[in-house]
Design a protein around this ligand. Structure first.
Ligand SMILES: [Zn+2]
Length: 486
């Protein structure tokens, strides 16, 4: 039994802050939450960890990222429009996938994130091996992770008329493209389902690791594959997470292909038989938003990524106004190119304010819900994840109050508005998942983070070069031409 004592405990979004509160933890679960004196008398033998300079909240949930502990910028891909940016990433083979993912997990833990959804991602090497390394890295770091088993069967270079697109490329680029590349992901629906089977069994004894399907997005996945993966997801009770209407080019393709709402097309395919969440949704139509609410599709906003990759801000004010369930992710492309989740949440909260004298926008409690309960739904975690109640997993964060204090050392009882306005990742004093302290202000934590940063960075320089710069530039020019035609 451990008792974490804090200046305030805020057990859940919308809950009352408890002054001189504490959370009692037995093994990996919350045993009690309340005033320190009361809880202490119930569990007199419990070891007390004193965090009286901090406020304890449920752990933050990063509901969309790709395990890139080194941001795309550090991997050598500068910000660009989404499609040319994706094309640039094909230049190199994988870095040390375990180290890069481990670093992503360490960065998240250091920033108060206790759970995450790892969206579809492949470095274009053996996908089965990539997935195994990814899951091992999250497991060893001790972060709760829902790992998407990715799938894609079309739109590799361009969303449509790929043969024409390739034919229009300069000869050198065409020749370079003929070099056979490994199939992305498992290569077939049956192979993807077999991977789900295999990975679930292999990591069956890792209580923090679960799997979901990650069909990449409407322009990348055939109708038959959507139906088959959703059916299997529903049968197994696992989730399905995909990218949705992220860029102007995707929006144009979807409009043409679906003749209206993309979510309505996915509904016809039976996708919502499974639990679903989608990322971005920058170009969702009114009908898409209505369907997201009706079908309980959680929309994960990635505002920094959208702004940086020339996609424009996500429609979070409108999603919020319409009562959609929205969560937040960093997409490993946060505004300041770090994993400071609290900063990204602040960006989200600012974008969710509708201009006008009525001052319409989410309340601090609603913002906290976005970061906790809604993140749990987006990552398909068990009911109640994201709140500190007896019986729930002991996933929590302690955030230092020093930067919210008045000069006399006082701090308002309801510190949440101040916290959301001012707190940064560096104010995180402790991160705990499943009852274990994973990050605190300890030398060993800083050393571990530095170690994985070193290993990950060293592996970047050793990557294989797959496409020369001229080929990539020719593909990018072709893509920019497509954009002009839309
Ligand atoms: Zn993404």
């Amino acid at each position: 039994m451990k008792i974490l004592r804090a200046r305030f405990v805020l057990p859940c979004a919308g809950g009352e802050p408890i002054v001189d509160g504490c959370v009692a933890i037995a093994a990996d679960r919350v045993a009690a939450v309340g005033r320190f004196e009361d809880v202490r008398s119930r569990f007199p033998g419990g070891a007390v960890l004193d965090y009286r300079q901090a406020i304890i909240l449920p752990g933050l949930i990063n509901a969309h990222q790709h395990g890139r502990g080194l941001s795309p910028l550090l991997l050598g891909y500068r910000d660009d429009a989404l499609e040319p940016w994706i094309a640039a990433r094909r230049r190199h083979g994988p870095p040390d996938i375990y180290a890069v993912t481990r670093l992503a997990a360490e960065e998240m833990l250091a920033n108060g994130v206790t759970a995450t959804l790892h969206a579809n991602y492949s470095y274009g090497s053996d996908y089965r091996e990539e997935l195994g390394e990814t899951a091992r890295a999250y497991r060893d770091a001790g972060i709760r992770a829902t790992i998407c088993i990715g799938y894609q069967d079309r739109g590799f270079l361009a969303y449509e008329n790929e043969a024409e697109f390739v034919a229009a490329l300069p000869e050198d680029a065409r020749k370079a493209l003929r070099i056979p590349a490994a199939p992305p992901y498992a290569g077939s629906v049956a192979g993807t389902i077999a991977l789900m089977e295999e990975m679930s069994a292999r990591f069956g004894d890792a209580p923090l690791i679960t799997f979901a399907y990650g069909p990449a997005g409407p322009q990348w996945v055939s109708d038959e594959a959507w139906t088959a993966l959703a059916r299997d997801a529903a049968r197994r009770g696992v989730g399905l997470h995909f990218h949705l209407l992220e860029s102007p080019l995707q929006a144009a393709w979807c409009r043409k292909a679906h003749g209206g709402s993309t979510l309505s097309h996915l509904r016809r395919l039976g996708v919502f038989e499974a639990k679903t969440s989608c990322a971005h949704g920058v170009y969702m139509s009114e009908e898409d938003m209505t369907l997201a609410r009706e079908e309980a599709v959680v929309v994960v906003a990635n505002p920094g990524s959208n702004l940086r990759l020339f996609n424009g801000p996500p429609p979070v004010a409108e999603l919020h106004r319409r009562g959609c369930v929205v969560a937040v992710g960093t997409d490993n492309t946060a505004l300041a190119d770090d994993e400071d989740y609290l900063a990204e949440l602040r960006l989200y909260a600012s974008l969710a304010r509708t201009p006008g004298i009525e001052a319409i926008g989410p309340s601090p409690a609603e913002i906290l819900r976005t970061a906790t309960i809604n993140g749990g739904k987006a990552a398909f975690l068990s009911e109640g994840t994201g709140s500190l109640e007896p019986g729930q997993p002991a996933d929590l964060v302690a955030i230092d109050c020093a930067r919210f204090e008045a000069p006399d050392g006082s701090c308002p009882r309801n510190a949440l508005p101040l916290l959301l306005a001012r707190a940064k990742g560096t104010d995180v004093a402790l991160t705990m998942t499943a009852g274990v302290v994973r990050h605190a202000r300890r030398r060993e934590d800083a050393d571990r983070r530095a170690h994985w940063r070193h290993v990950a960075t060293a592996s970047v320089a050793k990557r294989e070069t797959r496409q020369d710069e001229t080929t990539v530039a020719a593909i990018q020019r072709g893509l920019r031409g497509l954009r002009r035609e839309v």
